[in-house]
Design a protein around this ligand. Structure first.
Ligand SMILES: [Zn+2]
Length: 550
């Protein structure tokens, strides 16, 4: 078994071929720097001949001092029927001035005869001559053997001849590509083993994920002797994507003791995944192994209890190893421990066996049956606890509101008008407001009326508003769940409302949001603090595992 493999990231080339991805030059530079910091061996950054953006990128990237990463430009073998010197794409690859080039060539006879439509011998010359050209120009040459596994299955003799041509041309590494993503781990093992035994140079693997096998196939290739793995950092790429490097790096490094990046860089795996997702404008799948937010999130009560006693009872590695965190999600199945942590934030005297704990757990179940979900609405859950503990006094009451809709609207920002009447202590206040929709108008009117009594509400604004239809088969009679996030510039908090009426659900969430702000202000006044709460506490749905509670 090898002890070190090279990681070759193609997020900027193969990854850029994924639907919905488009990088600016600045985006690409940022990603190169992040991957260099993480310590991946190679970054394939595109084809300078393919477009102006890539051309500009290669010009700018030369000015960056890379510490760990070798930059690679990507292109194909020369076109059929011309000499290498005549091929403009080959020339533009040289102009990128990267120390290394990745050259792809055909190894599946079907592609030679039926797709690029040339002779089998001419294809071998195309491979050998192109590689020799770059070697003469002092480049490291990585040969991407396109469709190698399909080619080998169809005509092993020819597929191996293509590799032999690459080796004769002076290639430094043979990368076996499962371009269509249809290979299985046992095939990848056998075929890679054959190549490793046949050629005296480095062998690598480039897998696509069409069978959900890209990571498994790459690991089998390493088992068979491959020492170079190509993929994209968070797995995106053509169709179903490429080998996910953020999965395979910890798999090899933590499970197989095969080094991919420096050990002290493993803790940056998750933050790099978030960063690349952000720049690529891709929402990271929260179920992603190692780097997803849910990778170490526990919901079942038995699981939470187990993790608190012995973390490895329900975790395959420590989340900290890859820069992730353990989280306990709140729900009816999460059991008393999780709920208790929240209760004790409000009343430290209450224990696991107190009657109040049971009462709140029961109420949580009832609310979840109605469609509430508190995992993303900690502020509403805190209010629920206060209500059950008798530590809640409403700050106001909404007597009624009326909505007037204007259709077609003369002005988008005032298409809805709301008249609202509220009561604070014994004083009533009636006010009206316009908004760009009924929810916006209700929010504005409610706040306008309340600001008369509670001036600090002027600081509050909505930062996010999400609606989810809960029982879609009921069509217009369905329950909707509204989740809103509010901020006062210093802290943010989330609240939830459920109703068959979207305005009513929104109002429940809005009222919770305002009450939470007023309660927090009150608490801090009592304690003489200027700030209230903790930004992370209110934003994050995770609960720390406290010694003595679990
Ligand atoms: Zn590919």
């Amino acid at each position: 078994m090898v002890k070190k493999v090279e990681i070759f990231d193609s997020s900027l080339r193969d990854g850029a071929q994924a639907g919905g991805i488009s990088f600016s030059v600045e985006d690409k530079l940022k990603i190169v720097k992040a991957l260099d910091k993480l310590g991946v061996s190679y970054v394939e950054a595109g084809n300078p001949g393919s477009n102006i953006k890539d051309h500009q990128f290669f010009k700018k990237v030369k000015k960056i001092n890379l510490e760990n990463t070798i930059l690679v430009a990507f292109g194909s073998t020369r076109r059929k029927g011309i000499s290498v010197d005549e091929d403009s794409n080959v020339k533009s690859l040289l102009e990128a001035e990267t120390p290394s080039v990745a050259i792809f060539g055909k190894t599946w006879d079907l592609h030679v005869t039926d797709i690029i439509k040339t002779g089998l011998e001419e294809n071998l010359s195309m491979i050998e001559e192109t590689i020799r050209f770059f070697k003469t120009n002092q480049k490291e040459v990585i040969f991407d053997a396109e469709h190698f596994f399909d080619g080998y299955k169809n005509n092993p003799e020819y597929a191996l001849k293509a590799l032999k041509a690459a080796v004769s041309g002076g290639a430094d590494c043979l990368v076996l590509c499962d371009t269509n993503g249809g290979a299985f781990p046992d095939e990848v093992f056998k075929i890679t083993e054959k190549v490793v035994k046949s050629f005296p140079i480095k062998v690598g693997v480039h897998c696509h994920n069409d069978c959900g096998m890209a990571v498994a196939n790459s690991i089998m290739a390493v088992e068979a002797g491959a020492v170079h793995i190509q993929g994209t950092y968070i797995g995106y790429g053509e169709r179903c994507g490429n080998t996910n490097l953020s999965t395979i790096i910890p798999n090899l490094q933590l499970k197989k003791q095969i080094s991919c990046i420096k050990d002290d860089q493993l803790v940056n795996l998750m933050s790099t995944a978030r960063f690349i997702g952000e720049i690529s404008n891709i929402t990271l799948d929260e179920r992603s192994p190692y780097v997803g937010n849910n990778a170490f999130a526990h919901k079942g009560g038995m699981h939470i209890d187990g993790v608190c006693k012995v973390p490895r009872s329900f975790e395959h590695i420590s989340p900290e190893n890859v820069g992730n965190n353990r989280r306990f999600l709140m729900s009816e199945v999460s059991g008393k421990n999780t709920v208790l942590t929240k209760i004790q934030k409000i009343d430290k005297e209450i224990t696991k066996n107190s009657a109040e704990t049971q009462k709140i757990t029961d109420e949580l179940k009832t609310m979840e049956n109605k469609g509430y979900q508190f995992e993303g609405a900690e502020a509403s859950f805190e209010l629920l606890i206060r209500k059950q503990l008798g530590k809640y006094k409403p700050f106001f009451k909404v007597n009624y509101f009326k909505i007037i809709e204007e259709e077609p609207s003369r002005d988008e920002d005032s298409s809805s008008s709301v008249l609202i009447k509220i009561k604070v202590d014994e004083k009533e206040e009636m006010t009206a407001a316009e908004g760009n929709g009924p929810v916006n108008a209700v929010d504005k009117a409610l706040r306008k009326a309340l600001e008369v009594f509670y001036p600090s509400l002027k600081e509050v604004y909505l930062t996010d508003y999400k609606v989810r239809v809960l029982d879609a088969e009921e069509a217009t009679g369905a329950n909707v769940r509204v989740l809103i996030e509010s901020s006062d510039g210093k802290n943010s908090w989330s609240t939830v409302g459920v109703s068959t009426n979207i305005i009513k659900a929104s109002l429940i969430a809005l009222v919770d949001s305002i009450e939470y702000k007023l309660i927090s202000d009150n608490e801090n006044n009592k304690e003489g603090k200027i700030n209230y709460g903790n930004d992370n506490d209110s934003k994050d749905t995770s609960l720390p595992c406290r010694a003595g509670i679990c």
